[in-house]
Design a protein around this ligand. Structure first.
Ligand code: PHE
Length: 338
């Protein structure tokens, strides 16, 4: 047994020399030091040795075990050392690396500008959930049960009760459920529509909703507020027009157009040769909407408006594909550093 201990030591010394990686370390440990390893096997055989030899053999085996453990420790130290952070000293001749500073997404910038104008006119800011129910997205907004906007083609349904909001108007309902007039708020956020994805439309985009409710609010106030916004945002020289339209939740309703700032109103591809660009929908809050939130339509009147942010940002920066906003391509985003 004496010679077996000596040759096992030699065996271990040879084996440790061939170990170069963490896997080798593990194999070495299993082979020699584990509970079923070769050193443990020799300890087992100690019982069969002559009683007078056992103390000396036991001592040799203990020494062997700590020697092999030491080989293992030294080897794993050597393998891990380069990764321990105290690697080669810094190479001062290398070129520097420029720090990367992020920037605001062009849509965030657009929203910030729009918000600043409304806040300066006394509007507060509110938000609401992107996952809505039929009641807030349609019913309370006076959509008849068979209105085409409820169609599966437009709305992403998440189940029998839940859907992704198709506009920010449900936030009007939520704000009015929580607060009594007078109210003057804008409500920015994401909206979702199940439309074919193309350069001009995406399944998700952004709107800013506006709502003002008080005693005696008139259409003249709606016009004054929105004209103030348009001239501050687009510049004073711009021409604009209001055209009657229909929304279930406003009556009367209008779409606001501005003269196309690409062609100056002469007609181009962007404005589809009309000379005008539609930028927002608006109107006086329908009495039925007030009834659904428990406001008395004989006491209160109000106006609401909604505008798409993505198109405004596209027009402003001359971006011809809405999908660029959502690709997160750093080469695109870097062009909008402020
Ligand atoms: N919710 C309408 C839309 O998504 C916009 C709108 C809001 C119109 C408020 C009138 C009043 O098209």
């Amino acid at each position: 047994m004496h010679s077996e201990i000596t040759s096992l030591r030699e065996e271990a010394e040879n084996a440790i020399r061939t170990v170069t990686d963490a896997r080798g370390i593990d194999e070495f440990r299993v082979r020699f030091l584990a509970r079923k390893g070769s050193i443990a096997a020799l300890f087992d055989r100690l019982k069969t040795a002559a009683p007078e030899d056992r103390p000396a053999l036991g001592k040799m085996l203990n020494e062997l075990r700590s020697a092999v453990q030491q080989m293992l420790d030294e080897k794993s130290g050597a393998i891990q050392a380069p990764a321990s952070g105290e690697a080669a000293p810094a190479d001062l001749s290398l070129p520097g690396r420029r720090g990367f500073i992020g920037s605001k997404h062009p849509l965030t910038q657009t929203l910030d500008e729009i918000r600043a104008i409304f806040v300066s006119m006394g509007f507060g800011v509110a938000d609401g959930p992107e996952i809505e129910d039929d009641y807030h997205n349609f019913e309370a907004l006076n959509f008849p049960p068979d209105h085409p906007a409820r169609d599966m083609q437009d709305t992403f349904f998440l189940g029998p009760r839940a859907l992704l909001r198709t506009h920010t108007s449900p936030v009007q309902i939520r704000v009015m459920e929580e607060h009594q007039p007078p109210l003057r708020v804008i409500m920015p956020g994401k909206v979702y529509r199940n439309e074919a994805i193309s350069a001009r439309s995406y399944c998700m985009f952004h709107q800013v909703e506006g709502l003002c409710v008080d005693r005696g609010v008139t259409f003249a106030e709606l016009k004054g507020t929105l004209i103030e916004f348009i001239t501050r945002y687009y510049g004073a020289g711009l021409k604009f027009r209001f055209r009657p339209t229909f929304f279930p939740f406003t009556e009367p309703s209008a779409d606001i157009y501005i003269s196309c700032f690409i062609c100056g109103g002469k007609g181009c591809r962007l404005c589809k040769q009309s000379g005008w660009l539609e930028i927002l929908g608006c109107g006086m809050v329908d009495p039925n909407v007030f009834r659904s939130v428990g406001y008395d339509p004989e006491v209160y009147t109000g106006y609401a408006f909604g505008m798409g942010i993505d198109r405004i940002a596209m027009l402003r920066h001359g971006i011809d594909d809405i999908r660029l906003f959502f690709d997160n391509d750093i080469r695109f985003l870097n062009q909008f550093r402020q």
